[in-house]
Design a protein around this ligand. Sequence first.
Ligand SMILES: [Ca+2]
Length: 141
Amino acid sequence: MMLYKATSGVGINRYMTFDGVGTYKLHTSGANWTEAVRTCLHENAYLAIVNSKAESYVLQALMKWFMSSGDFAYLGFHDREEEGKYRTVFGLPLSYTGFETWTDGYPVGTNTFNCGCIHRSGGLCDHICNASIPFICEKFD
Ligand SMILES: [Ca+2]
């Protein structure tokens, strides 16, 4: 795993900036996916979208640092409208993000697993939408 240094805001449940990658906050208190979307918007951010391997490493690092248990954190994509057609919270196909590396065994791909997540191993995953799990907000540039 590559090392990324946070340049500001270091701490649990705070926005942390990683130069050249972005600014993120891992919410360690769980919420369902819809609540997670809303919470991020209230913070002038959005439920995180991974656009590169570097970004996946940063989000994975946040999980390793701040989540003592649990393997999943919600991200900003879903296939709630059409099974198997994953779209970001901005409505774009997942293929447009530039990062589509799924965790082994994912997506589960059933019509109850419709909300996107990142797995502790660094890959994408799908999850039921009404679970209460951590989530990651990403600041607008
Ligand atoms: Ca699904």
